[in-house]
Design a protein around this ligand. Sequence first.
Ligand code: 5AD
Ligand code: SF4
Length: 473
Amino acid sequence: MENLTYTTESQRQQHYIEEMKLWVNEQSRKMGRPLTCKIVTFGCQMNAKDSEKLLGILEQMGYVETEDETADFVLFNTCTVRENANLKVYGHLGHLKKIKQKNPNMLIGLCGCMMQEKLVVKKIQESYRFVDIIFGTHNIFKLAEIMKRRVDSDSMIVDIWEDTDQIVEDLPSERKFSFKSGVNIMYGCNNFCSYCIVPYVRGRERSRNPKDIIREIEKLAAEGVVEVMLLGQNVNSYGKGLEEPMTFAQLLREIEKIEGIERIRFMTPHPKDLSDELIDVLAQSKKVCNHVHLPVQSGSSRILKKMNRHYTKEQYLALVEKIRAKVPDVSFTTDIIVGFPGETEEDFLETVDVVKKVNYDSCYTFIYSKRTGTPAAAMEDQVPEDVIKDRFQRLLKVVGEASKDNVDRYVGRTMDVLVETPNDHDETMVTGRLTNNVLVHFKGSQDLIGTIVPVVLKEAKGFYYIGEMAQEA
Ligand code: 5AD
Ligand code: SF4
């Protein structure tokens, strides 16, 4: 190793992938079958994207993906945004212990946000000794190197970085869909919303070089991808720290020029700094989808201040109006937290009011979860559980009614649908999405998957449509 020189980190990692390939080969020769792997992903789209990269590395080593948690290598890509996500991981581990007793060659790995918490790692080192490797969010590109260290030794390998300014390009990645893909444009978050653990586990904001992003998307387009989802904790901050700073709106304009890409989505823009320039791009672009996921979190200006969100209810509503005025047929979705410390009935009613006024297509509603280490965890007047549950149920009802009204308004129209999957219930049907992200089911052959077709929206069913493929003129 020491004698070799590598020009880039990805070349260094390629070397470990080759070494692991020899090991995987040898193992599978002994066992008389290929080695299998399974990645279990919790949490958000960032984690889903990381899992695609991890699977890309494993497949290059010679592992074959399986759906089964009895695989030879099982990796949990964990989430720690809410406490029940943590609890689920411990539950799975208890189950895996028994499986590993039957297959001692099995390897178990843990990575992702939960591993960036010192107390979690300590607990696993003490109580889950059968885990083989643990790494964090900043060094997923090292998977092969970490696995090599594990197979060369006989002890648990723990490799966690506190933070990083490094972005490793050119690693393998295995896409889940042939026609759409997530693309990271930045990593980390600097916002420190008072309830949120993400800035502590994903580190400071850093943007990828636009050239690297464009190159990746051009390659995806050449492989048949028609839709990209640009990912960042707050995409509005894109480009700030670059040598040649650029705005998110400018990046979108560059991506729009790429031939073959037909739809561009992004998440998440923070309501505090969504620019007029971005609204103009939304209004003018044929490719950027007319859907904005705009997390409101609470409708009460008092609670928003305690959440450190940097906008008021009125500013949020004004922003929604400004976007609506310029972007025809735009659809909004949001995230809402119920039961933030100190939330009163009046505060909650302000949230209900925002839901009614904005008329979201859908809302992701969360019960507040106390995350140790965040400022909100130390706040007094945490809301009792029964009060939160009651508010949560009431909110769900309002949310359901609002999204139903919204879906109703396009019935009868013909709109473009990107066909994504066979229909779950009827094999003569397929399922796809409108540019505003709403689902449509319609009769059609599986060959349509990955293509964009015009569909007449016949009937609205809550938050999806039943359609009929339009006869092309
Ligand atoms: N409790 C509940 N929900 C949370 N979220 C983030 N942190 C917490 C928490 N401590 C929600 C926010 C965010 C979404 C991804 O998760 O609504 O937008
Ligand atoms: Fe968490 Fe706020 Fe950053 Fe989103 S913007 S990841 S909610 S701290």
